[in-house]
Design a protein around this ligand. Structure first.
Ligand code: NAD
Ligand code: MG
Length: 400
């Protein structure tokens, strides 16, 4: 058995901790090479003491000093800081598996570095594909990196695709050749699926972060409530599998038991099911193609009793419509959408913006933005920066 050396980028987050939970179950298969966090120094110190990585990376020099001070002398972990250090870790010759679980466009550069270095990339950071889809997929193709999706929907679709596709690493799905009609992305509809539309403007951050089925970081929880998350996932699926937009469909499935489906020409629909626990897609990807224990209990069909489905309503979820608009417009627009959304969600979480105004800000920024299609990382980062400024200015204006 090969011992995989893993770098967990975003180790203190929801996906990072689930990854470490899976690693801990299999000390014979995985060793932790590096752990990273932005500002959560004490949490990262605890993880370093437990997993004894070769490197730890934090967001700033001050945070690095704090971390070093919290690590006992016998821990050999070297502490680094800044985004260049993240790139170096993600592409380090001693690493073979990189879990890309930083939240937001901040994760783009390190995901790309891992892809360029030809690593096994476990991609949780969907913003990488939304903001830099063409760039990232080209890097994967050129280096021969092994890209495995962690987002539960994409992981489900990957599992339901023919073996020929999974072995090819080309990431271009030959829909006709494989007899595929559609990729069906399931969505829970979030906590406000059945809430009176007129009261959505009063939603508080705490209400938006209380997801009915999944426990996740704050940003993705708000994205699930607006369904921007599903919009980002449509864009993610477009790049990941290389399928036309028209062949990606969103279905609301409140129980989150079916994680997504592939519909075939002969009438077969293959679904991947399981309890909503991210350790399942993480474990699937960590030791792919071997199946390992993830600590997740098996589905109990007697207690599920029913699986229901419905079409998404764009009036309730304007962010979902905006994501389709941005994807169809192409070029820099998905990166603009992502940046404006990150700023708007942050303002909402800090009670500077109402829940329904998130979509309004994103829509306005999309209308104002005039950028050429980015052709390298610097271009994408510039679009991201400029779009953030536009969004911040709009939010400031609203407050006065
Ligand atoms: P989280 O907020 O719980 O954790 C984010 C991690 O990123 C933390 O370790 C944090 O320290 C680090 N981080 C934050 N800002 C950073 C910055 N500027 N530079 C470097 N590091 C930074 O987020 P999460 O819920 O674990 O989500 C991580 C990613 O996985 C997101 O892209 C999300 O969309 C995706 N994802 C999450 C889930 C889930 O169940 N949580 C499911 C599917 C996809
Ligand atoms: Mg998802």
């Amino acid at each position: 058995m090969v011992m995989r050396k893993v770098a967990v980028l975003g180790a203190t987050g929801s996906i990072g901790l689930s990854t470490l939970d899976v690693i801990e179950r299999h000390p014979d298969r995985f060793s932790v090479f590096a752990l990273t966090a932005h500002q959560q120094v004490s949490k990262l110190a605890e993880l370093c003491i437990k997993f004894n990585p070769v490197f730890a990376v934090v967001g700033s020099e001050d945070a690095a000093k704090l971390l070093t001070a919290q690590l006992p002398a016998q821990i050999g972990t070297k502490v680094l800081s800044g985004s260049k250090a993240l790139d170096d870790i993600a592409s380090h010759p001693d690493v073979d598996t990189v879990m890309a679980a930083i939240v937001g466009a901040a994760g783009l550069s390190s995901s790309l570095a891992a892809a360029k270095a030809g690593k096994r990339v476990l991609l949780a950071n969907k913003e990488t594909l939304v903001a830099g889809g063409a760039l990232f997929m080209n890097a994967v193709k050129q280096s021969g990196a092994e890209l495995l999706p962690i987002d539960s929907e994409h992981n489900a679709i990957f599992q339901c695709l023919p073996e020929g596709y999974r072995g090819s690493k080309s990431n271009q799905l030959d829909l006709n050749g494989y007899g595929i009609n559609q990729l069906l992305l399931t969505a829970s509809g979030g906590p406000f699926r059945d809430r009176d539309l007129t009261t959505l403007k009063d939603v508080t951050p705490a209400e938006a972060c209380a997801h009915p089925n999944w426990s996740m970081g704050k940003k993705i929880s708000v994205d699930s409530a607006t369904m921007m998350n599903k919009g980002l996932e449509v864009i993610e699926a477009y790049w990941l599998f290389g399928v036309p937009i028209e062949q990606i469909k969103v279905v609301i499935h409140p129980q989150s038991i079916i994680h997504s489906m592939v519909s075939y020409r002969d009438g077969s629909v293959l679904a991947q099911m399981g309890n909503p626990d991210m350790r399942t897609p993480i474990a699937f990807a960590m030791d792919y193609p071997a199946r390992i224990d993830a600590g997740v209990s098996a589905l109990d069909f007697a207690t599920i009793s029913q699986l229901t489905f419905k079409e998404p309503d764009f009036n309730r979820y304007p962010c979902l419509a905006l994501a389709f608009t941005a994807l169809k417009a192409g070029g820099a627009m998905p990166a603009v959408l992502n940046a404006a959304n990150e700023v708007a969600v942050d303002a909402f979480l800090n009670e500077k913006l109402g829940f329904m105004e998130i979509a309004a800000i994103v829509e306005n920024v999309l209308e104002m933005a005039k950028f050429q299609a980015p052709s390298n990382l610097e271009d994408v980062l510039a679009v991201d920066r400029e779009s953030r400024l536009l969004a911040k200015q709009l939010i400031e204006k609203q407050m006065h």
